[in-house]
Design a protein. Structure first.
Length: 112
């Protein structure tokens, strides 16, 4: 499979790890949209949120991982944003389910 995020999870492409467990991997995005910009991905290849919803417990586990990242990055006090893009119209550029965790400054509506 020629999936960028699968290669990152497998360690074939370097990344800056923030958190990992048996089911998810969180790493810093190289195209920062905020001072804190972390991607949370499942280790298993799942194309998008629609497919992810079909995998028992996956979306809950990803939400739990987001909570871990938020605590590790100190975002719980002032807030953060979580974004999932699905499909062409949403500009999903990597066809592997991922959540963007953004924070570290006041975020404007243009990022939504």
């Amino acid at each position: 499979m020629d999936c960028l995020f699968c290669k990152i999870v497998a360690g074939e492409i370097p990344s800056t790890k923030v958190y990992e467990d048996d089911y998810t991997y969180a790493f810093r995005d190289i195209n920062l949209q905020a001072p804190v910009h972390v991607l949370v991905v499942p280790r298993q290849h799942v194309a998008n949120v629609l497919e992810g919803a079909q995998v028992d417990g996956l979306m809950q586990h990803m939400a739990d991982t987001v909570a871990q990242v938020v605590r590790l990055e100190g975002l719980e006090k002032n807030g953060f944003r979580v974004i999932m893009n699905t499909g062409e119209d949403a500009m999903q550029t990597v066809k592997h389910l991922h959540m963007h965790v953004l924070g570290g400054r006041k975020l404007g509506i243009e990022m939504g």
